[in-house]
Design a protein around this ligand. Structure first.
Ligand SMILES: [Zn+2]
Length: 274
């Protein structure tokens, strides 16, 4: 499972934040920008897990300390009667801690594809929403109509080519999930996810790819070594549904400390100086 540095995105999709960032770039405040990617290879059956993170902070402020949020009731209620364990040891920690959501429902925007006929577009959205709804049993989710309202955005678009960790060969991926961290207008350290799904995926493949990538966007930042889990590192022909091990892992992720969803008090102090 190779990892390599990929890219830094010092930007934010959210217009309210863009203002913050523009002002913030002048050193005085805490800026954080992270861009991470988990890709699934299309040409090679084995997929690569790639991640990179660059955290930019100013000297006058620091990210909120790592603290766990209360476990969402949907996960408190979850009991695995099969005792099938988890793959939490495969989940990467990030510089902001666990990639958990703390405000529910998590808002999901599914972009309707533009370059295809309306029937195909409708079918695509339906399949993607179906995979998202499978996860809503475990965490409250809501489909939103406007991209600006979204925490997680899903787009039908070919992910950029990437080089594999041990060679210079560029290869295509069938999906890519990235996240960015920003400071919200109420001073909470926040994050948002973007999932790109290759137009080559349809039917069961699209359903499986969405289910897998959405698991990353809910905070499972790693892969299972078992092909019976939705977060298995490779794409398999008979793709599994969300397994007890997937949910056990999700629950452990949500028990971990994070800087996300907590406020940056020193930033608000600085803003009053303006
Ligand atoms: Zn993955």
């Amino acid at each position: 499972m190779g990892r390599q540095t990929q890219k830094l995105i010092l930007s934010s999709r959210k217009s309210t934040i863009r203002t913050t960032i523009t002002k913030t770039v002048v050193l005085q405040r805490f800026i954080v920008s992270l861009a991470l990617a988990i890709g699934t290879a299309l040409l090679v059956i084995l997929t690569s897990f790639q991640s990179s993170a660059i955290l930019v902070t100013s000297s006058s402020s620091s990210p909120p300390p790592l603290k766990p949020h209360p476990l969402p009731p949907t996960l408190t209620q979850w009991q695995d009667s099969t005792n099938s364990g988890d793959y939490f040891s495969q989940v990467s920690s990030t510089q902001v801690g666990s990639l958990v959501w703390s405000q529910f429902p998590v808002r999901v925007y599914v972009e309707s594809p533009q370059a295809v006929n309306s029937k195909l577009a409708e079918e695509w959205v339906k399949t993607v929403v179906q995979a998202v709804q499978e996860w809503s049993v475990y965490l409250p989710l809501a489909i939103v109509e406007q991209p600006k309202d979204a925490d997680i955005t899903i787009v039908r678009k070919t992910p950029p080519l990437q080089t594999s960790p041990n060679s210079k060969i560029l290869r295509a991926r069938s999906a890519q999930t990235t996240y960015e961290v920003y400071v919200s207008k109420n001073n909470l350290l926040s994050h948002c996810f973007t999932i790109l799904l290759s137009p080559s995926q349809t039917g069961q493949y699209l359903l499986a790819a969405t289910r897998h990538e959405f698991g990353h966007a809910l905070g499972i930042w790693g892969h299972s070594p078992l092909p019976t889990d939705a977060l298995y590192f490779s794409q398999v022909r008979n793709s599994p549904s969300i397994s007890p091990r997937d949910v056990n892992t999700l629950k452990r992720v949500y028990e971990q400390p994070t800087s996300l969803g907590w406020s940056l008090t020193s930033v608000s102090t600085l803003q009053q100086e303006n």
